[in-house]
Write a protein that binds this ligand. Structure first.
Ligand SMILES: NC(=O)c1ccc[n+]([C@@H]2O[C@H](COP(=O)([O-])OP(=O)(O)OC[C@H]3O[C@@H](n4cnc5c(N)ncnc54)[C@H](OP(=O)(O)O)[C@@H]3O)[C@@H](O)[C@H]2O)c1
Length: 321
């Protein structure tokens, strides 16, 4: 089958280790099932893999991709939950120390077919297209949990999103607007800020700008470039929810500010299968749909990777089969 593979690791030039090539068919283990992929979405996670973050070189070549929607062996239209749990783990699904994402240990979704545990399938809703459905399992699920689970802010509160155009950022803006939050957004260009306003942001700002007032919570995925601003933007007792560190993961911690203002810094990663089901229902009920930047045939995946690596995407990049 055709697949998008990481064949090498290069921290400075991630596309050097990317190839679209033939790859052996998946061999589902006991309790696993094969899904014929209709659409699969790209995430920054795939660039991290090519840079050597979160993967061992001896696992290569590996099929990239966390997100997919498709048809399983029994003919069901499904969305694939990307978090593979340890079957022996008893406890909160998101705290399973043995959990792994598709494309870390097991082949991922950027392929004609992918094998996953049967547990990881949820029904694809009729109201969402294949492409929209494929956007949900990573960026949209992460945004849903950050905002509606981890932030602990009630609707009506003010939320700052660092970054305007990314997959997680666009999901945060759209979900937050529909859920009744006042969404404030920083973006690196006029065009990105304008698109955020069109998506539902109540106000937009240049990175690092002084805000009219402090916010209840900040949604942080940018990391080093925005961390200091995030800590200054949040009100005393407010929350910074962090799920990514695109620009680096070692900013000054500013511990005095954290304890003196009694800030909560909450880490958040992906979400549970139940949260993915609720996210789907949220989209059905609100009419909100994922922002899709570009749709490409899987065979042309390299162009999508290059677009994300250059920071040119506004929303999700989706590959179709
Ligand atoms: N923990 C988890 O479960 C989880 C899940 C999903 C994603 N993530 C992480 O979250 C991050 C975003 O993922 P994504 O898929 O949304 O990536 P993406 O689509 O490539 O988006 C990148 C985002 O980062 C912002 N950005 C990049 N460089 C910046 C800089 N120098 N200054 C300010 N903003 C900058 C961009 O803001 P502009 O709009 O201003 O360009 C954009 O919003 C990645 O690091 C990813 O690994 C983590």
């Amino acid at each position: 089958m055709r697949a998008v593979l990481a064949t090498g690791i290069n921290p400075d030039d991630p596309l050097a280790g990317l190839s679209v090539a033939d790859h052996p068919e998946p061999q589902p283990a006991n309790g696993w099932i094969t899904v014929s992929v209709k659409a699969a979405a790209l995430n920054h996670h795939d660039l991290w893999t090519l840079r050597g973050i979160g993967i061992r070189e001896d696992r290569l070549p590996i099929v990239l991709g966390c997100d997919a929607a498709g048809v399983d062996e029994d003919g069901n239209e499904v969305i694939v939950h990307a978090v593979i749990g340890n079957p022996d783990w008893h406890g909160a699904e998101s705290l399973d120390p043995g959990r792994t994402l598709l494309s870390e240990q097991y082949d991922g979704t950027l392929a004609e077919r992918v094998a996953v545990p049967r547990y990881n399938l949820i029904p694809k809703p009729a109201a969402l297209s294949w492409m929209e459905s494929a956007c949900l399992p990573t960026a949209w699920l992460t945004a849903y949990r950050m905002l509606l689970g981890a932030s602990d802010v009630q609707p009506g509160g003010t939320i700052l999103v660092q970054g305007a155009s990314g997959g997680v950022a666009t999901a945060l803006i759209a979900i937050g607007r529909a859920a009744g939050y006042r969404m404030w957004v920083t973006g690196r260009s006029d065009e990105k800020r304008q698109r955020a306003l069109e998506l539902g942001a109540a106000a937009v700002f240049e990175p690092g700008a002084r805000l009219p007032e402090r916010v209840d919570a900040v949604m942080e995925t940018v990391g080093e470039a925005t961390w200091a601003h995030s800590l200054r933007a949040v009100r005393p007792g407010g929350t910074v929810v962090v799920s990514g560190a695109t620009t680096g993961d070692a900013p000054s911690a500013e511990l005095r500010r954290v304890f003196f203002l009694q800030l909560r810094v909450i880490g958040s990663t992906m979400g549970t299968k139940d949260e993915l089901v609720r996210l789907v229902r949220f989209l059905e009920q609100t009419g909100v749909r994922p922002v899709i930047d570009t749709v490409l045939p899987l065979e042309e995946a390299r162009a999508g990777f290059a677009r994300m690596a250059a920071g040119e995407n506004h929303g999700k990049i989706v590959f179709t089969l």
